[in-house]
Structures are given as structure tokens and as C-alpha cells.
Write a protein that binds this ligand. Structure first.
Ligand SMILES: Nc1ncnc2c1ncn2[C@@H]1O[C@H](COP(=O)(O)OP(=O)(O)OP(=O)(O)O)[C@@H](O)[C@H]1O
Length: 252
């Protein structure tokens, strides 16, 4: 169980996330929605440790992660897909995944020595590549991939780390209509694993409606709605004030 308790951050006089208390159970996918500037990404940054909280706590299975750095939170089981910042651009697609698999296996980053006698790690890396449909690109440099494939690789790195919590911030942003389904299928597959907790920041309401078990709405840094997707989406207040669409548009 992932929990935030009164999680708050202030930037100067601006409270970007304001006393957000919420619990996320394994086996559930929670979509976090709200208008631009509502605090969704900042909430993610506070959970994953990219920025320190001004107040409040982040707990994972009862362990207080608040004092921990982002890498230590990753080690504790919080996995976040970063928009391309985790890739090694000059290494091949396979090598990128190999390093993540190796890090997870506790084999460190001693690339050549460990790898040569760990067939199991190579097989794991190949499985992950297959899952994200990047097997054909395995020998290409990460930097040479089209944007959509780089985003898939980013998800592959996250999968290789086998976190208990998966955090996706607009995972299909910038992807073509052909590419987005691969990522959405992966998230669907992750959902079937009832031990995983999934958080998804997503603007596309069709994606949210299909994938989410629950929706929370942030507005001006505050948690203003929390419930089943049908309830939250149907709420006229949320539609008009927080999602910026009229009920009529949304019904199409
Ligand atoms: N490092 C920072 N310093 C100052 N203000 C910040 C910082 N990070 C975020 N903010 C402010 O906090 C508020 C919330 O931003 P955030 O990016 O979390 O919103 P969001 O809901 O993710 O928006 P979007 O949907 O546009 O990505 C915004 O007003 C933003 O300008």
C-alpha cells in the first residue's frame, strides 16, 4: 500500500500540492486528473522523491520514504517512467535494458564481466524488449530511435526494475496512434498482476475511462474528488470545472 499523508509543497508563496492524503492499494490503477497546473506532476515528484516535501509523508507498506532520496525510493519499490531522461543514448536498446536488469539483479553496472556469464539476465532483457515490441530495434542506439520507440524503451527500463508501484506521467504523450496501443497494452498487462499498484497521470479521458479503477482529481494542488471512474467522470462539477470539457463533449 502506497500512502501520502498531508503531502504538501510550497514554491515561495504558492502551494503547488496542498495536504494531499490518499492511499493506493496493490492491484488498482488510479488515474490522477485535473487541469493544467493542478499539481499532478508535482504530486508525482513528491512521491518519487524528485523534490522534497514542505510537509507531510510518503509511506510504502508502512515504511516512511519521506527522508529517502529518489534512488533509494526506487530501490524500495517505487518505479517511475521518466520522459527519456533515464536512457543511455549511445548504448543500444538491448544494452540499455541489460543495465536495468543487471541493476535489479544486484549485479551492478560492471557491464562486460557480469554479463558474459549471466545468460538469465540476457534472457530477461530480451523478454522485456519483446513485451514492449522493440526486439527488432535491439541493436540500434537508443538515440537513433523515433520518439515513440524511445518512450517504449523507457517503459522497458521501468519493467526491468520490477517495482511494486508503477508511476506513469502521460505515457503516450507525443506518440502516434500506432505507437500508443503498445504502451496501453503493457499497462493493461501490468494491471492483471494484482500485486502492482499503478498511478497514471493522463489527460486523455478515453484512456482514463478504460484503464482506471479509480480517479482522483487535483485542482489548485488540492484533492477535490476521489471515486469510481463513472461517478467522477459523470460529475458535472468535475467535467466543467476540473477537466475543462462539457458533459456533451465528453459523452461523444
Ligand atoms: N519547481 C517549481 N518551482 C515553482 N513552481 C513550480 C515548480 N514546479 C511546479 N510549479 C508550479 O506548481 C503548479 C503545479 O504544476 P504541475 O506541473 O504539477 O501541474 P500539472 O497538474 O502536472 O500540470 P500539466 O497537466 O500542465 O502537466 C504550477 O503552478 C507550476 O507552475
Amino acid at each position: 500500500m502506497l500512502q501520502t499523508e498531508n503531502l504538501t509543497v510550497r514554491f515561495g508563496g504558492h502551494v503547488a500540492v496542498n495536504a494531499v492524503s490518499c492511499a493506493f492499494a496493490p492491484g488498482t490503477l488510479t488515474a490522477i486528473v485535473g487541469p493544467n497546473g493542478a499539481g499532478k506532476t508535482t504530486y508525482f515528484n513528491l512521491i518519487s522523491g524528485q523534490i522534497p516535501a514542505s510537509a507531510g509523508r510518503v509511506l510504502l507498506n508502512g515504511q516512511d520514504l519521506t527522508p529517502l532520496s529518489a534512488p533509494l525510493r526506487t530501490r524500495a519499490g517505487l518505479g517511475r517512467a521518466f520522459q527519456l531522461t533515464n536512457l543511455f543514448p549511445k548504448l543500444s536498446v538491448l544494452e540499455n535494458v541489460r543495465l536495468a536488469v543487471q541493476a535489479k539483479a544486484g549485479a551492478g553496472l560492471d557491464f562486460w564481466r557480469i554479463w558474459s556469464d549471466r545468460r538469465d539476465l540476457l534472457e530477461k532483457a530480451e523478454q522485456v524488449l519483446e513485451a514492449v515490441a522493440l526486439t527488432a530495434q535491439r541493436d540500434a542506439d537508443a538515440a537513433s530511435l523515433p520518439h515513440g520507440d524511445q518512450r517504449k524503451l523507457e517503459v522497458a527500463l521501468l519493467m526491468a526494475l520490477e517495482p511494486s508501484v508503477f508511476m506513469f506521467d502521460e505515457p503516450t504523450a507525443g506518440m502516434s496512434v500506432d505507437e500508443a496501443p503498445v504502451i496501453l497494452n503493457l499497462i493493461r498487462k501490468l494491471k492483471r498482476d494484482k500485486s502492482k499498484t499503478i498511478l497514471l497521470v493522463e489527460h486523455k479521458m478515453d484512456v482514463v475511462r478504460e484503464l482506471a479503477d479509480r480517479i482522483i482529481v487535483l485542482h489548485n494542488g488540492e484533492l477535490v474528488a476521489d471515486g469510481l471512474p463513472a461517478e467522477v467522470i459523470a460529475s458535472p462539477v468535475v467535467q466543467q470545472a476540473y477537466l475543462g470539457v462539457s458533459p456533451k463533449e465528453e459523452a461523444v
